[in-house]
Design a binder for this molecule. Structure first.
Ligand code: C5P
Length: 220
C-alpha cells in the first residue's frame, strides 16, 4: 500500500500585523489566501486538514477539506493539526504563503519521504549584516545562509515526537523543521522560491495583490 499524505494548513492566525482581520480568509484577485494554498497542495495529498480561528469554523471550504479550530500560537495549531490525522507523511504549509509552485511542494514531499524531514529554503540574495545600535556591526557570509519557508514535509510520527518534546521541554519555534532540528534530527533543505514570500505586513499585501493577477494568468 502506498504511503498516505496529509496537507496540514495552519490558517488560524489573527493577522494582527496586517490589521485586516483573519488573514487567510482575505481575497487576492477574488480567491482567498487559504483557497490558494489548498489548490496548490491538493494534487499531492490524500487528505487535507485546515485550522481556522474558532469563530470562523463556518467558513465555506471544499468538501474534501476537514476543518479544526487552531490554537493560540502557530506551534499549538500545528500540534492540533497533527493530532487530527494518521497519514504517514504530512506537508505543513502556511496559508500566509499563497503562491506555492507545485514543483517546490513535490520536491519537499520527496525529500521528506527519503530523509524523514525537509523544508523549502531560499538562498539569501541580499548582503547580510549583523546590526548593533542602528549600525553595521558585522558582515555575515551569505553563501551558507538560507531563509526557511514552507511547505515543510515530515514523517508524521517524527513531527509528533518533536511537538511532544517541545511541550515537555518548553521549546518554542516559528516553524516545525526548527522543532525537528532541536530534536537533533536532520532536516533536508530543498530549493524554495521567491514567489513563496509570506504575507505578513501591509507592504507584503500590496505585493501579493499585484502578483496575484500574474500568478492566476500563469496557473489557469
Ligand atoms: O503569524 P504568521 O504569519 O507567522 O503565521 C503563519 C501561519 O500560521 C499563518 O498561516 C497563520 O494563519 C498561522 N497561525 C495559526 N495559528 C496561530 C497563529 C498563526 O494557524 N495561532
Amino acid at each position: 500500500m502506498s504511503a498516505r499524505v496529509a496537507a496540514l494548513i495552519p490558517a488560524a492566525g489573527s493577522g494582527e500585523r496586517l490589521g485586516m482581520g483573519a488573514k487567510a480568509l482575505l481575497e487576492l484577485n477574488g480567491i482567498t489566501l487559504l483557497e490558494r494554498a489548498i489548490r496548490c497542495l491538493a494534487p499531492l495529498c490524500d487528505e487535507m486538514v485546515v485550522a481556522l480561528p474558532s469563530d470562523q469554523l463556518g467558513f465555506e471550504l471544499p468538501d474534501v477539506v476537514r476543518k479544526i479550530a487552531g490554537g493560540t500560537t502557530r506551534q499549538e495549531t500545528v500540534k492540533r493539526l497533527l493530532e487530527a490525522t494518521d497519514a504517514d507523511f504530512v506537508l505543513v504549509h502556511d496559508a500566509a504563503r499563497p503562491f506555492l509552485p507545485l514543483e517546490v511542494a513535490h520536491n519537499v514531499l520527496s525529500a521528506a519521504k527519503e530523509f524523514g524531514s525537509s523544508t523549502a529554503a531560499l538562498p539569501a540574495a541580499d548582503t547580510l549584516v549583523l546590526e548593533k545600535d542602528g549600525n553595521w556591526e558585522m558582515l555575515i557570509d551569505r553563501s551558507n545562509v538560507r531563509a526557511v519557508q514552507t511547505p515543510q514535509g515530515f514523517d508524521r510520527i517524527l513531527l509528533l515526537e518533536a511537538h511532544q518534546q517541545a511541550v515537555t521541554e518548553h521549546w518554542e519555534a516559528t516553524d516545525d523543521a526548527g522543532l525537528v532540528a532541536r530534536l537533533g534530527r536532520p532536516v533536508a533543505l530543498v530549493n524554495g522560491d521567491p514567489r513563496l514570500f509570506k504575507v505578513t505586513k501591509p507592504g507584503d499585501w500590496a505585493l501579493a495583490q499585484a502578483f496575484a493577477r500574474v500568478w492566476d494568468a500563469e496557473n489557469r
